[in-house]
Design a protein around this ligand. Structure first.
Ligand code: SAM
Ligand code: SF4
Length: 469
């Protein structure tokens, strides 16, 4: 991996003037142009900024063609597997004042709370009892939580085990930090480091983040450069939709992804684009300046799927079940499920004074989400194989590009799904899930891999756990 000197400004990452120029030149495509762009996307070569900008203008009957192409690309690369995870909020204390977030420091109504390690263990145990194997640790920006505290939190999650449960991958969504701190998190065994730029538009960013360390746009956008310097190579980019023009944000995320790819030999592992949800102590969130309609959100998902085909797309429980059911067909590859966005929310009944970070739209349990995925023929996956076999960053992309990821994803997904059915599922979910395993096993193209997977499923049925390719 190249290790260039770590940038301290956005200069080489985002070129606002260029984005505005591309947006200005982009026009609604005619059918011929659309054919050409979709043909390139179907070759899994991604799209450049101008092509993505044109796709975002597709209207009427054209949208169905864009959606069909996105579905095809998703299934070619990832098959029909859907990775499931849950967030774990460790604190709602924060020194920043993001105008859209309930945890903002000027919200005096919120009862503040920082979980102890015992409470984190209890939350982890509650998630394990649902059947989760992957957790996203979500941290406020709280100077009283030192890097040693963060490491202890990660250690606690990994060390907690109940009822056949263990968390096998801890990803982290946290404020930007310096390389030595990233290194400490990497040594603690974190997977992906997620940090959303919120808005890539500098002037809007300044308005939305009036005070606190997060007000520094450049320090935030260069977080991934410092993460790579600290040895963290699975990176999760994102923007919060509703703050600024969504077309600008899409192109900016693509520019950021391209920068990471060119500089470090691998683009981001995941991309997230939550829509602003109502938050009790943040009036701006209740009336976003740039609302993204459901139709436009679908087009954003499809465009990103075509533009960066190898990057995982994450959708959280901010969206409603109906919307999530539509978006999974357009390119989403990871879903959160059975989620709480308050520290302590998995163990305690909600106290109105400890309101969550924002209000979620999908309140179904993990079991219900799993059953509904099966009904749409999607294979729920709790796989953590790539990360544990060292297939991360550059190495992951080297495998993903020739289509090999699907081989591992299908096998590992089926084995982890079998564990879920045996250890956690309701009888109804187990019945539909077992039928799905039979169908999906037959679809593994490579005969040897199919036989190997069948063997691991039998061993799992007999009581072995945590088998993966
Ligand atoms: N405090 C750290 C930070 O801001 O990067 C990490 C965690 S923050 C709790 C996680 C993400 O929640 C933010 O990056 C933001 O995009 C999202 N968020 C904040 N308020 C939201 C809202 N009202 N609706 C939807 N997402 C929101
Ligand atoms: Fe704090 Fe993050 Fe919320 Fe901003 S988004 S107020 S930094 S928790």
């Amino acid at each position: 991996m190249v290790s260039p000197s770590i940038p301290t400004t956005a200069e080489h990452i985002i070129n606002e003037a260029r984005i505005f120029q591309v947006l200005e030149q982009a026009h609604a495509p005619d059918d011929g142009e659309l054919d050409e762009i979709l043909a390139k996307a179907l070759e899994l070569k991604g799209l450049d900024l101008a092509q993505a900008a044109v796709l975002l203008q597709a209207r009427g009957e054209q949208t169905a063609r864009v959606f069909a192409a996105a579905k095809e690309v998703k299934e070619t690369i990832y098959g029909k597997r859907m990775v499931l995870f849950a967030p774990l909020y460790t604190t709602n204390m924060c020194v920043n004042d993001c105008l859209y977030c309930n945890f903002r420091c000027s919200n005096t109504e919120l009862k503040r709370k920082r979980l102890t390690l015992e409470e984190i263990a209890a939350e982890t145990a509650a998630l394990e009892r649902q059947g989760h194997k992957r957790i996203l640790l979500v941290l406020g920006e709280d100077p009283r939580t030192s890097i040693a505290d963060m490491v202890a939190q990660v250690d606690t999650v990994y060390a907690t085990r109940v009822d056949n449960g263990e968390i096998r991958r801890v990803n982290v969504n946290a404020a930007p930090m310096d390389p030595d701190k990233f290194r400490a998190l990497k040594e603690a065994g974190i997977g992906t480091y997620q940090c959303f730029q919120e808005t890539y538009h500098r002037a809007t960013y300044a308005t939305m983040h009036p005070r606190g360390p997060k007000a520094d746009f450049d320090y935030r956008i260069t977080a991934f450069d410092r993460a790579v310097a600290g040895g963290v190579d699975d990176l999760g980019v994102g923007a919060l939709f509703g703050l600024y023009d969504p077309r600008f944000e899409v192109l900016a995320m693509l520019m950021h992804a391209d920068y990471l790819d060119r500089t470090y030999g691998a683009g981001p592992h995941t991309i997230s684009f939550p829509r602003l949800e109502p938050a009790p102590g943040a009036p701006l969130a209740n009336d976003p300046p740039y609302k993204l309609s459901d139709e436009d959100l679908k087009m954003v998902v499809a465009t990103l799927r075509l533009a960066v085909p190898y990057t995982g797309i994450i959708m959280s429980t901010r969206e409603t079940p109906q919307m999530r059911d539509e978006l999974i067909h357009l390119g989403v590859s990871q879903l959160s499920a059975g989620s709480s966005t308050s520290p302590g929310g998995y163990v305690e009944d909600e106290d109105p004074a400890e309101a969550p970070q924002f209000l979620t739209g999908d309140h179904r349990t993990l079991d219900r989400v799993v059953r509904s995925l099966c009904a749409s023929d999607f294979m729920p996956s709790f796989c953590t194989g790539c990360y544990r076999r060292g297939r991360t960053g550059h190495d992951f992309m080297d495998l993903a590009k020739p289509g090999l990821i699907q081989k591992f994803c299908s096998a590992n997904g089926l084995i982890t799904f079998k564990e879920f059915l045996l250890d956690y599922a309701s009888p109804e979910t187990r019945a539909v899930g077992e039928a799905l395993i039979v169908r999906h096993l037959e679809r593994i193209p490579d005969e040897k891999m199919r036989a190997w997977t069948r063997e691991q499923l039998a061993k799992t049925e007999a009581g072995e756990r945590d088998l993966y390719a």
